[in-house]
Write a protein that binds this ligand. Structure first.
Ligand SMILES: [Zn+2]
Length: 371
């Protein structure tokens, strides 16, 4: 059996040690090289001329040869007003990449220093850029779709736990120790919580083969999912799901989902529809499963529980997009991931919701998908 892709030496061509030994000037030139795709040519943000502009080393800026506009590597990017050095910025971006279940702002502050709000806005700017750069081309082939419930968890409070009578052996077990009882309470209480949202993930599975064989079936394993689109809805209802599928999935694609009735009409609307009954099995005998969608929710759940602790509905799409991005680039090496993230963030323009966040600029509306 071939080694796991993360265990191969080519998975880490760039390490945190290699990034931290770079000087501020070297970091600035590296960021410029990734942003503009050239080691000696820059793009003037004012007149858009590509040239070897005058490098003013003392000011860490370039001056345009044509319109004399002065610009830096972060001009016109979400980091335009940041006062932190390019070295710290590069380390922060790299730290964001290598922590594959998310990076808390407090953890980033321990790495780059400064104030908490600096790390907080810096991370949110990266998340926002990833969210705005989410794939827009329609998914095709085999597309897995599933919904996960996030936020809106009711606090336990001081209510006494009532003993419940189990039907089998009639022994008294407190409700908090009974898994079945706990699930009943959750399903009853959660739909009424105002902060509860459903993250819906659509994942296109790759037709490429990994070279690994499943020992049970003898079939070659696939490379998993390659493109992910996420949306936040109030509930997993028919209107929203059908609108989402029509918008993001090409006709004649095969959609794999669980047996929720909201997906039931898709087979009459130009899509192939395959289901798996999760109360019985994870994958049917014919190989129908939605394990790639579950994989996204697995990582999202770990980020929610272990890193971020609390995700509010207002920024839930940003966090979901971050996790989707992490899932999609999971097989790429660190150098590739760094280049992808720098290009994505630096090409997203000045952040609409996070520039001047500490001076009162905040996102006003929740980014909710409504069909
Ligand atoms: Zn210019």
């Amino acid at each position: 059996m071939a080694a796991h892709f993360l265990l191969k030496p080519e998975a880490i061509p760039l390490t945190l040690e290699a990034v931290t030994i770079l000087s501020d000037e070297q970091s600035r030139l590296l960021l410029a090289q990734i942003r503009w795709g050239s080691a000696d040519k820059q793009v003037c943000p004012s007149c858009a001329v590509v040239d070897s502009h005058h490098n003013i080393r003392t000011r860490k800026q370039w001056r345009c040869k044509h319109c004399y506009h002065t610009f830096s590597v972060t001009s016109g990017t979400p980091f335009a007003d940041h006062k932190i050095s390019c070295r710290k910025l590069l380390i922060a971006i790299f730290a964001f990449i290598i922590n594959h279940k998310g990076l808390a702002a407090l953890a980033l502050r321990r790495i780059i220093g400064g104030q908490y709000r600096t790390s907080f806005t810096l991370l949110h700017k990266m998340r926002e850029a990833i969210m705005m750069d989410m794939p827009t081309a329609q998914l095709s082939g085999v597309v897995e779709i599933d919904g996960g419930h996030f936020s809106g968890k009711k606090r336990k409070g001081r209510t006494l736990t009532k003993p419940v009578m189990l039907p089998k052996d009639k022994t008294q077990v407190p409700a908090k120790y009974s898994t079945q009882q706990r699930d009943k309470i959750k399903s009853h209480e959660f739909p009424h919580h105002p902060n509860r949202r459903i993250v819906i993930a659509l994942r296109e599975t790759s037709s490429q083969k990994s070279g690994n064989f499943n020992p049970h079936t003898g079939k070659e394993r696939g490379m998993g999912a390659t493109r992910t689109i996420v949306a936040v809805c109030r509930s997993e209802n028919t209107t929203d799901i059908e609108a989402l599928v029509h918008k993001h999935v090409a006709k004649n694609s095969i959609i794999r989902s669980d047996e929720l009735t909201a997906y039931g009409n898709l087979k009459y609307q130009g899509y192939g529809h395959e289901t798996v009954n999760h109360s019985k099995e994870f994958s049917t005998d014919t190989g129908v499963n939605q394990n790639q969608a579950e994989s996204f929710f697995s990582r999202m759940r770990r980020a929610c529980i272990g890193i971020y602790h609390r995700i509010t509905p207002r920024y839930m799409l940003d966090y979901s997009a971050e996790i989707a991005w992490r899932e999609d680039v999971r097989r790429r090496n660190t150098s590739n991931q760094l280049q992808m993230l720098v290009r994505c963030v630096f090409s997203s323009g000045v952040s609409p919701d996070w520039s001047n966040y500490c001076r009162g600029n905040k996102r006003k509306v929740e980014l909710l998908f409504q069909g």
